[in-house]
Design a protein around this ligand. Structure first.
Ligand SMILES: [Zn+2]
Length: 248
């Protein structure tokens, strides 16, 4: 299974406006709409970081081919932000939808499971004991890239973008046992008993699930600590205990 970590940065809309405070800006006043400025991506478990900015020729083609290859994509708010921005670029570049992939949106996992003071990636990273984001010059960084094409600003943008992707990897591992709807490694590895979330065969029995009509064997992955449930019911129709299930 191929899992991609991905983060994008988008440009500011360039607009005409009469009002500075709480402005409503109709589409007619848009000089230049937002676009993807740059992206950073990395295959889970690999070292190489892929990065392109909008000055690169294969800027969209490259990220399209990575997304196309991925079975799952890890991002932070990517389901409604990154992937939709990328889809727009694909459409405008006359590319068809990429092959289906599963969104592994870590922001969704944060919202579903925890009550943090803030769900911003930077805050979550700090709370989990990581470094946090690269400090940058704020909105001026975007202006210096998109308006002034300042090479130093582009370098800073790259550092910032890449850090978000490398930051996400340990957070993904921390959150892994909490992630619902993770693509199932069981569909990709031909083993009898493996963890659906990480593919490890280091799975131990962990009691019984009894709030169902028939009990199911529970397991726990000792690698990523995901709680698992056996697929087979363990009693037959006469209430007789069946042999232990061998797959999860
Ligand atoms: Zn596991």
């Amino acid at each position: 299974m191929k899992i991609l970590l991905l983060d994008i940065e988008t440009s500011l809309h360039k607009v005409f406006t009469f009002t500075l405070f709480k402005a409503y800006i109709p589409p007619k006043q848009i000089i230049e709409p937002t676009k993807v400025l740059c992206w950073a991506a990395k295959w889970l478990g690999e070292k190489k970081i892929h990065f392109r900015d909008c000055r690169d020729k294969d800027f969209i083609d490259k990220i399209y081919s990575l997304v196309n290859e991925a079975d799952g994509i890890i991002h932070y708010n990517g389901k409604s932000f990154d992937m939709k921005h990328l889809n727009r670029e694909f459409l405008l570049n006359n590319l068809p939808p990429p092959s289906p992939y599963t969104n592994i949106d870590l922001l969704t996992t944060m919202r579903q499971n925890f009550k943090m003071a803030s769900n911003k990636l930077e805050w979550v990273a700090l709370e989990l004991g990581y470094e946090g984001k690269v400090q940058h010059r704020g909105v001026q960084l975007w202006i210096d890239c998109q308006e002034h094409d300042d090479p130093k600003a582009w370098k800073e943008m790259k550092r910032y973008n890449v850090r978000d992707v490398t930051e996400m990897e340990p957070i993904y591992h921390d959150l892994l046992p909490w992630i619902k709807g993770h693509p199932n490694w069981g569909h990709y590895i031909d083993e009898e008993l493996i963890c659906r979330n990480c593919g490890s065969d280091k799975v131990k029995r962990d009691g019984w699930e009894r709030n169902t009509v028939v009990p199911y064997q529970r397991y726990r992955c000792t690698n990523c600590r995901t709680p698992l449930r056996g697929r087979k019911k363990v009693k037959d129709d006469n209430g007789k205990l069946l042999p232990q299930p061998s797959t999860v």
